[in-house]
Design a protein around this ligand. Sequence first.
Ligand code: NAP
Length: 271
Amino acid sequence: MSPAVSSPPRTALVTGASSGIGAAVAAALVERGYRVFGTSRDPGAVTAPVPGVEYLALDLTDYASVEACAEAAGEVDVLVNNAGESQNGPIEELPMDAVERVFRLNVFGAVRLTQLVLPGMRSRGYGRVVMVGSMLASFPLAYRSSYVASKAAVKGFADAARRELSPFGVGVTTVEPGSINTGISERRTQYVGEGSPFREEYRTMVDTLNANEAKGIPAERVAATVVGAIEAKRPRPLYAVGSNAPVVFALRRLLPRAVMLRIVARKHGLR
Ligand SMILES: NC(=O)c1ccc[n+]([C@@H]2O[C@H](COP(=O)([O-])OP(=O)(O)OC[C@H]3O[C@@H](n4cnc5c(N)ncnc54)[C@H](OP(=O)(O)O)[C@@H]3O)[C@@H](O)[C@H]2O)c1
């Protein structure tokens, strides 16, 4: 790719830039000449800060923190809503406060931050908003219901808002990663009781999920897709990367939904 042509440089805000996909996106944008703000709940504790990234504090579960972060970033041309929690557990056993937290983080915080940067993008006649979703929103998986639903929700916001904002030069898009080797397996939140009737199946699913993540593609591949979406003249509504995305999305168009759901379950060791 040729360097980004922008003078003065465009400004990007990448949430969850302390590790994984967010750090890779922030690094790729710095390399492309953007001024990049990256966020962490605790910027002082980021172990491998990305060179050139200016870190801001952000806790997406707290609207006051979201507002302070938007204020600190100022005029933003590109927003990458990447931060997220990978929550797991049988639907029956998910504590409602955990379900609310994952929606606050993965959905409501991202939506609020988007609301705060949109007026500036509209008035300047240019903007890009990328929601980092998950292929699981397109291929739902057992024991991931709250996470799947949160990622489907952000895609819904993005798909619907697209038409509202395109007349103002603001492109809204969703990037759905498949299995990406970021170490997220160690950070999953899990809710399954000791004596749970689902425990054995749950373990099988999570072991397969973690093995897939360990064999997944590097975060830099997702970053390249995100940058491609940002710099496209007309960003597509949906990009997917990893887990053989082109093949599985083609199958999804051909097969009945029930068959596709069964295949996804089997791929994760569930009969
Ligand atoms: N890895 C995969 O296989 C995969 C697949 C599909 C989708 N995704 C999605 O891709 C995104 C990034 O995942 P990743 O694998 O790179 O995970 P990760 O390395 O665990 O990164 C998650 C980021 O979210 C931030 N974060 C956590 N809680 C937060 C909160 N309350 N407020 C604000 N930020 C918070 C973390 O920052 P601090 O801890 O510094 O605050 C961290 O930078 C997530 O949305 C995830 O769902 C990942």
